[in-house]
Design a protein around this ligand. Sequence first.
Ligand code: C5J
Length: 222
Amino acid sequence: MVDVNAAQPFPFTFDPATTALVVIDMQRDFIEPGGFGETLGNDVSLLQAIVPTTAALLALCRAKEIMVIHTRECHRPDLSDLFAAKRDRGQPSLRIGDPGPMGRILVAGEDGAEIIPELSPMSGELVIDKPGKGAFYATPLTDQLRQNGITNLIFAGVTTEVCVQTTMREANDRGYNCLLIEDATESYFPAFKAATLEMVRAQGAIVGWTALFEQLEAAWND
Ligand code: C5J
């Protein structure tokens, strides 16, 4: 067992044999300059800052040989899995499916939908394409976790308050113990990230735990 004693709001204990890492939506369109995120007016350098820590987290989990899962928010090329309510929300200059700087926005197979090269999935790692913000909705994730006997999830990725938090809440409701790595997740809005970390661990870890990468690493190597 690994005891992350520095986790908040109290120690997080997990058995690596029943634990998976879930890296949420580290895709070119959200993170790279010139992608969809930047066309929406966001400062993508905020998200780029977590790439080295996320790479170190991936390396640690690979070295410890736990299950690694990557997700991508994207839709089928015919957009049959895209609700009008998602496509038409707001007044963005580009909508999902439109041609963008890195191919069609959030469409599977397009350059922008790919995971950034620094965090590329390795052979044997599960890649889940998800049409929603949460990774459990309309995906095979539940079955995959069950088949692999997973009961604990370590989370990283973007954005903290949208796809990461939604997936953590879905996981929490399905009975998983969830640990969010604070310096391996980020938002375009620092206040939203800070609020999400607080929300997750409030009321006795109502959604889950948080810890810094070095706290997880130190506990695991202890
Ligand atoms: C994610 C989004 N991945 N913010 N998507 O958080 O729309």
